[in-house]
Design a protein around this ligand. Structure first.
Ligand SMILES: [Zn+2]
Length: 324
């Protein structure tokens, strides 16, 4: 038809166009008529069946006519494809879901998932921030999680038993609204440690939040032997004295010779143990609030990495950053 249209005069063209316009609605009309018929007929027949399909997504094969039914079947199959269960890996220790078909949103996440980056050292050397906790799941080898006793159960005059849950309450018209907080410390005992604080109305979500935060706050620790008594050149202590602060709490970590152990408050020992430090002296002030003290200790370890070191000092202490 198109080849014929080009040849005739403009007047004829108009006529042809008019003719073309006319038949097109004619073609559309039957479609409109046909479609509802086709749809209505199977629907009337299949209504009970479709309900069954929605309920159990079974009995798809037992349908009569082929052409009209295909549409219905495809819709059901799509729903079925969306539905299937996502594979989950749950950690044995904490019961927290580690990987649920992770879709990385950052470039670092994509590099880690594709295997381009294989160690935490590469991540920290590049200076890229860890924005997704799954990165740590992939890269941190043999992680250990510890919950610090930041709260206490009921008891007057400080007589309550220490617990990992810090329970607080808000008074409302309906009654008391409790809230739980927990502090998680994660580390591989070889130069990497993280600390996170999570709060929620229930205990389990708070714990998951805390662990997630701990993974995001991962810190690379400098280790060495800065003790004048020892001077062995191994990585059992820290290379130099370092201060840390949080609120009023104030702590100073001091290098110690081999065999000293962790001469520090009990909960802070966990942070240092998970960082891979074996010997240390310490000095602290205003340590009444446990959370502040722990945060100050973690802050000190972070300061350790921030400290600028003169090349001569670096050569003398021979410290390492992160794992060996
Ligand atoms: Zn030493």
């Amino acid at each position: 038809m198109k080849t014929e249209e080009k040849k005739p005069k403009p007047e004829e063209k108009k006529q042809i166009k008019a003719k073309e316009k006319k038949p097109t609605p004619v073609t559309q009309e039957p479609k409109l008529k046909q479609e509802p018929k086709l749809k209505q007929e199977p629907k009337l027949k299949q209504e009970p069946k479709t309900q069954e399909l929605k309920q159990k997504s079974k009995l798809v094969d037992a349908v009569v006519t082929a052409d009209t039914v295909d549409a219905v079947v495809t819709v059901d199959t799509v729903d079925a494809e969306k539905a299937p269960v996502i594979p989950k890996e749950v950690s044995e220790e904490t019961g927290v879901v580690i990987r649920e078909s992770w879709k990385p949103k950052t470039s670092l996440g994509r590099d880690v998932q594709s295997g381009k980056i294989k160690t935490l050292r590469e991540v920290f050397d590049s200076g890229r921030g860890i924005m997704e906790y799954q990165i740590v799941d992939y890269l941190l080898k043999d992680p250990e999680t510890v919950f610090a006793a930041v709260g206490q159960s009921r008891g007057k005059f400080g007589g309550g038993k220490r617990s990992i849950w810090k329970q607080t309450q808000k008074k409302t018209r309906e009654g008391n609204k409790p809230k739980f907080a927990i502090l998680a410390i994660i580390g591989n005992k070889d130069g990497y440690v993280g600390m996170g604080y999570g709060k929620s109305k229930e205990t389990m979500p708070a714990r998951e939040k805390a662990i997630r935060q701990a993974k995001l706050n991962l810190c690379r620790v400098r280790r060495g032997c800065g003790s004048w008594e020892c001077n062995c050149g191994e990585y059992h202590s820290i290379p130099f004295k370092v201060p840390g602060k949080c609120g009023a709490a104030d702590i100073t970590l001091i290098p110690a010779p081999k065999g000293t152990g962790l001469c520090i408050e009990k909960e802070c020992q966990n942070i240092l143990r998970l960082a891979g430090i074996k010997d240390i002296y310490s000095k602290s002030r205003n340590k009444k609030t446990k959370y502040n003290l722990l945060n100050a200790c973690f802050n000190a370890l972070a300061n350790l990495s921030k400290m600028k070191v003169a090349p001569a000092q670096k050569a003398r202490t021979k410290y390492i950053e992160g794992d060996k």
